[in-house]
Write a protein that binds this ligand. Structure first.
Ligand code: ATP
Length: 302
């Protein structure tokens, strides 16, 4: 019974993780039900990841004929780089991720991973190469240890405990009466938004896919939780190609490249320091967020 339960439960988990990953993915699945899903080419081979380089080459896309949502997106994420995407609501950030997962095909242009057009490989291998840290992890009525182990079901207890430490969850767990064996869920422990996202990060660290997509939680976090998330995100970004949709600019300060999107276009790009040095939209956004946080002096030396 257990042997059947785990894979089914796991599949459900994968579905739910993806579902939570992108803001309006719910709408997307109903849409996919209504029209044929993207099909693999006959005998499409596996995506072979060598370095994890992602290229968007003049990508255009619209959900319908009438409105173009992505208007010629062009950028490259070099292996192990961290690239952050920022921009107003509706700019097209999540849409870009959906195309990377091939939930939709681009209307024009190409998306390549390690030089390979993602339309030429099978979707299973594409999706298994990309890890997702959704805004909120789905937690089950199991122990914390088991909840994290969903990242890779055959991981040992030691491996799970190690990623718990890296995801900055250890301190929180140590305060619990039963530590990592504490039950989570309806009758058990409740997690805050920040703690849930750190569980998602721990799962992602356990899975270690070559490419990681991080959808930052929009809900406001206290500064302690935010520091925790930032530290764990740095753990992820260290060895993997990382793409982050960021709502708080404090998350992107250390990104190699920040892409600022507006109405389907990349309007600015550069490092945090480069963008601040110019009279950019990013600089005014940064100042606004700093004021909101009650910081009076804007410093580039963070
Ligand atoms: P947010 O920060 O609010 O999540 P975003 O930058 O991620 O916004 P997208 O979710 O990519 O923006 O949406 C870009 C545009 O595409 C929006 O105008 C949105 O209404 C539209 N859109 C998104 N999903 C669909 C869909 N499934 N069908 C039709 N239009 C859609």
């Amino acid at each position: 019974m257990m042997q059947i339960f785990i894979p089914l439960n796991f599949l459900g988990f994968v579905y739910r993780e993806l579902k939570g990953a992108l803001a309006n993915i719910e709408k997307m699945f109903s849409l996919l039900k209504a029209k044929p899903a993207i099909e693999d080419k006959a005998d499409a081979p596996d995506l072979e990841i060598r370095a994890g380089r992602i290229e968007f080459d003049d990508v255009r896309f619209g959900y319908g004929e009438d409105r173009e949502i992505l208007k010629g997106i062009r950028f490259t994420v070099e292996p192990q780089q961290k690239v952050a995407i920022v921009g107003a609501s509706g700019a097209g950030k999540s849409t870009l991720f959906k195309l990377l997962f091939r939930f939709y095909d681009a209307g024009a242009g190409r998306i390549r991973i390690d030089g390979r057009d993602i339309r030429d490989v099978n979707q299973r291998s594409l999706r298994s190469a990309i890890g997702v840290v959704p805004q909120e992890a789905v937690l089950f009525n199991q122990s914390i240890l088991e909840n994290v182990r969903y990242g890779r079901v055959d991981a040992s207890d030691e491996e799970v405990m190690e990623v718990i430490r890296h995801a900055q969850l250890a301190e929180f767990i140590e305060q619990l009466p039963e530590g990592a064996a504490t039950m989570v869920g309806e009758r058990g422990l409740k997690f805050s938004g920040g703690e849930k996202q750190r569980v998602a990060i721990a799962r992602a660290l356990l899975k270690r896919p070559p490419i990681m997509v991080f959808d930052e939680a929009t809900s406001s976090l206290d500064s302690h939780s935010e520091r925790g998330i930032l530290a764990s995100l740095q753990q992820i970004a260290r060895k993997q190609t990382t793409l982050v949709i960021a709502h708080r600019l404090s998350t992107v300060v250390d990104a190699d490249v920040i892409l600022v999107m507006d109405r389907g276009e990349i309007v600015e790009r550069g490092s945090h320091a480069e963008l601040l040095a110019n009279d950019s939209h990013y600089a005014s956004l940064w100042q606004l967020q700093q004021q909101e946080r009650g910081v009076e002096t804007v410093s580039t030396n963070l």
